[in-house]
Write a protein that binds this ligand. Structure first.
Ligand SMILES: CSCCC(=O)C(=O)COP(=O)(O)O
Ligand code: ZN
Length: 215
């Protein structure tokens, strides 16, 4: 099997798993997987499609500038430049972008601070951080409508071969050395976001009930 076909199957599998989680609401989200370096070529999801649907036209091959390689009717994801930035600045082999309610709410709650910090959470180990007091910082960037600006802003935070960046009131982009690692990081981030929201809610509930008891 050709490398392209192998990667198509790999990305299709990830797409199916993320669809099962309902992480592609309203046609949102885009996925990419590297096929080769020098010259850079990667597969990316076609723009504007319902990514929950499995079709023969889900992915297309693009170059380092995000332009289609070869003739195609398909349009690369509107956010292809973000994936370009990741592959240019790291050795990542796969990058994933999804919009979820949890990642959007977290990005808004912590948007002014420009980051959310986690410590003392087991799932930080998904980032290969094994120290007991490991601190995980996830940057939160402004959601520029101008995609080249959004891409270069994200690029400033691509400092390792795996990572995650939240785009305020938009979604999360993660990357890893391969599809397994990128998905692991995405799932770990979403777990941490859901945990943080549940914790805030539980604390508010506790405060309200103790307040009621004192009155
Ligand atoms: C309706 S979602 C708005 C665009 C977006 O943020 C996204 O993730 C999907 O865009 P694409 O061009 O990759 O379909
Ligand atoms: Zn998006």
């Amino acid at each position: 099997m050709s490398v392209v076909l192998t990667r198509v199957h790999e990305l299709a599998e990830i797409k199916e798993e993320l669809a099962a989680r309902d992480w592609f609401m309203g046609t949102s989200g885009n996925l990419a997987i590297k096929v080769q370096d020098s010259p850079l070529q990667f597969l990316v999801t076609a723009s504007g499609k319902d990514k929950r649907k499995k079709t023969k036209e889900d992915f297309l091959l693009v170059d380092g500038e995000g332009n289609p390689v070869g003739a195609t009717q398909l349009k690369p994801s509107a956010e292809t430049l973000l994936h370009c930035e990741i592959y240019k600045r790291s050795k990542a082999g796969c990058s994933l972008h999804v919009h979820t309610v949890a990642n959007n709410v977290i990005s808004e709650l912590y948007g002014e601070a420009g980051k959310i910090v986690f410590q003392g959470q087991e799932l930080i180990k998904a980032f290969d951080r094994w120290e007991e007091d490991a601190e995980l910082q996830i940057p939160i960037i402004y959601n520029y409508a101008h995609i080249p600006t959004l891409a270069s802003t994200l690029g400033d935070f691509v400092k390792e071969d795996k990572g995650a960046v939240l785009i305020r009131n938009h979604g999360i982009t993660v990357w890893g050395k391969d599809s397994f690692e990128a998905k692991k990081i995405l799932e770990a981030c979403e777990f941490l976001f859901q945990y943080q929201l549940a914790l805030i809610q539980a604390k508010a509930g506790l405060l309200a009930s103790t307040g009621a008891l004192n009155n």
